[in-house]
Design a protein around this ligand. Structure first.
Ligand SMILES: Nc1nc2c(ncn2[C@@H]2O[C@H](COP(=O)(O)OP(=O)(O)OP(=O)(O)O)[C@@H](O)[C@H]2O)c(=O)[nH]1
Ligand SMILES: [Mg+2]
Length: 371
């Protein structure tokens, strides 16, 4: 109590005269949290930009406010969720003129190096490029973007490019929702090409396919075995397969691999109606093939827009997003319902000991939830 501050009128003989006192900062691992630090924290909080500031900042392409807007939608705090939704509601009408491109591949396939080369090329021909990353392991590892930032050094310093690390999962919709909303914000800020990178480890490809217009898979050469083992399902999600690192001694092999992939692709279901998925070679070191990749994507967009397939996919993605968000919210509210929380452990126990059927436990939980 010696370090607590009491009002000067307090009676020194009555140590408990005050119901509240101003207490010195807590020590954390030997460090005192100073009042100065607390003040800075309060100041930072109070200077949180308003929805109006963020709205006009994003539309003007102000990078600081763009980053703050994405931070807001990524927040797991409930009060931020509502503020973020207000912002998105206002930005939505400004955010459809873009192409969303998903890029996946095993670790080391060269995705980040490719995005650096491809992104620099796109900026050089007048586009504005936003790069978003989805890291399926980010909630555990904290994300691999630190390594990526160094791989995308030139791009990260380019005025017409914007790179954003992976959001971590959380309640209220998780990575899925956050990436989609970050795309909308980047589009409203005038980015006309959105590149979404994810490590191909199996679980993230389907998720990324559901939020992009064009999806490509980066693979390596000499992949006879890999090709055998590659899941048909993943190849059927792709609009293009890039045999990457087609340079030096690898160039010849890459060409052979391309032919082999094309032979297999011929028998597979195409990912997009009216578009034939093919294999291409390219190198992010020599930049050979990079411009051709863009030409191919450009022709994909034109073909799809003429036939209506492009718009159709966007609509079905919006529908899927709606339903997946309903499911997320239902789950969230169900498991956070006080009655359900109290009852669930008891019912789980009864089910496990054979005293209750699963169906009657679920029925009881829903009766509690809906009451
Ligand atoms: N020869 C050659 N090497 C390349 C090329 N692209 C990338 N590399 C090398 O491949 C290695 C992996 O590249 P990254 O871009 O980090 O690969 P990644 O797929 O992003 O890897 P993760 O982020 O770990 O999934 C690096 O050492 C790059 O220098 C290329 O076109 N040619
Ligand atoms: Mg990478």
């Amino acid at each position: 109590m010696g370090t607590d501050h009491k009002p000067e009128w307090s009676d020194p003989n009555k140590p408990d005269c005050c119901s509240s006192v101003v207490r010195k900062g807590q020590d954390i691992e030997g460090q005192t949290v100073s009042t100065e630090k607390n003040l800075r924290f309060q100041k930072r909080n109070s200077s949180e930009p308003s929805v109006d500031d963020l709205y006009s900042g994003v539309l003007e392409g102000n990078r600081t406010l763009l980053a703050r807007a994405i931070t807001l939608i990524e927040s797991n705090a409930e009060q931020h969720f509502h503020k973020a939704q207000q912002l998105l509601q206002r930005l939505q009408p400004h955010s459809s003129k873009s192409i969303r491109i998903g890029i996946t591949g095993v670790p080391g396939a060269g995705k980040s190096t490719f995005i650096e080369a491809f992104g620099m090329y796109l900026c050089s021909i007048g586009h504005k490029v936003a790069v978003l990353a989805i890291d399926p392991s980010s909630s555990v590892s904290g994300g691999s973007i630190l390594g990526d930032k160094t791989r995308m050094e030139k791009l990260s310093k380019t005025a017409n490019a914007f790179i954003r690390p992976s959001p971590t999962a959380g309640k209220l919709g998780g990575v899925h929702r956050k990436t989609r909303e970050a795309m909308l914000i980047c589009e409203a800020a005038g980015f006309d090409i959105i590149l979404v990178e994810t490590v191909g480890v199996g679980q993230s490809e389907v998720m990324i396919r559901e939020m992009v217009d064009f999806f490509m898979l980066l693979v390596l050469t000499g992949a006879g075995d890999e090709l055998q083992g590659m899941k048909k399902g993943i190849m059927e999600l792709a609009d293009a397969i890039l045999i990457h690192k087609a340079d030096g001694e690898n160039k010849q092999k890459a060409e052979q691999t391309r032919i082999e992939y094309n032979r297999i692709l011929h028998f597979l279901q195409p990912a997009t109606k009216g578009w034939r998925t093919r294999a291409y070679t390219c190198s992010s070191v020599t930049h050979e093939g990079i411009a051709e990749i863009w030409e191919m994507i450009d022709s994909f967009e034109k073909t799809g827009k003429t036939s209506g397939v492009f718009e159709e996919r966007r609509k079905s993605q919006a529908r899927e997003w709606l339903y997946s968000m309903i499911t997320d919210q239902l789950q969230f509210h169900f498991y956070h319902h006080n009655g359900v929380r109290n009852l669930l452990p008891k019912l789980e126990n009864e089910v496990l000991t054979g005293g209750k059927t699963v169906a009657s436990a679920v029925e009881q939980l829903f009766q509690t939830f809906l009451k």
